[in-house]
Design a protein around this ligand. Sequence first.
Ligand SMILES: Cc1ncc(COP(=O)(O)O)c(C=O)c1O
Length: 383
Amino acid sequence: MTTGLPETIRDRFPLLEHAVYTNSCSQGALSDEVRAAYAQYLTDWDDKGAPWDLWVERAESTRARFARLLNATPDEIAVTTSVSAGVSSLLSGLRHPEGRNKIVISDFEFPTIGQITHAQELMGRKVEHVAAAPDATIPLERLAEAIDDETGLVCITYVSFRNGTKTDVKEVIRRAHEVGALVLVDAFQAVGAVPIDVRDLDVDFVAGGTLKYLLASAGLAFLYCRADLLPEITPTVTGWFADEDIFAMDIDDYSPSPTARKFESGTPPIPNIYAGIAGMDLMHEIGIEATERHVAGLTEQLVTGLDRIGATMVTPRDPNQRGPMIAVATTDEGAMVAALREDNILTSPRDGNVRLSFHCYNSEEDIERVIAGLEKHSDLLVR
Ligand SMILES: Cc1ncc(COP(=O)(O)O)c(C=O)c1O
């Protein structure tokens, strides 16, 4: 684990030399290590031609790294190209017991979760939404009301991509299990920034990817499925890398892997796998717990600064209800993001707000620059 964040690691991210980067909720900054991993992919291609054995080995190392990250076993991990691909495969095979046709989702779900669950309506399921309260939380009591004995599956996002709100997913899982429902946690905005232990959470399924706080690329993701649930799920969204014996080249039947590999599809995203290994190894070295502590300090500093300049924070003030991202209300989020970009402060817009997200490499000076930038464009702030 690296101590002394962020000084010990900033020079590994060239982007930080010329920008204040507070957009890790969209994509983590590129490190020298990840750049070198892409170069290595090309070198191996040049040196070895079509090294399928190496590719399969790299894919398996990725699986092992995702497992380590979540405190899961490799057999519980599918290596996918996106959250969407893994969740689509999962839902295609999840049989809801008789009378449990309802899927509960929160209004903080990423569009892909809404779309994939509503697609299940074509299979006779119904979807119930739990709305956000004015304080930008999904109230646990409303979730508890919606999760009843007709519920087969609950989809809950850990940290909302809309406003940075962190939901007490452990409590949601406890409630769901009490009535016999399963839970899928979308952890994309949390993984790498918040330690995740599937055993401690007692969660059934978790999806996430490497693009944001795992410091790697688009096109690499995972789906965790608890081991004892695997035999019950037979996906119809599939492909040859989901087969029991990938290289049997068998076209006579469908015999999916007994492990979570059954949720995979075609040729693994090899370039992204090289990058993903480098990004995850870097995050492992830096330490996710150390990062969480460091970022908690930065977000506190930001909250104090927002109060000082009279800005309106949308994310809950309770530190337990937020992760690495804080959303600030604007009168025109596109204009605010563009104005900050002029000052070399990179952010992203969503739902009327500017999203400010922090990672291991952000510094106290970055926070002061962001506060000064928001104050400079205070005509675009909601007060
Ligand atoms: C919470 C969350 N879920 C899912 C996704 C999208 O996942 P994918 O494009 O891998 O399907 C994102 C991407 O921003 C996200 O923030």
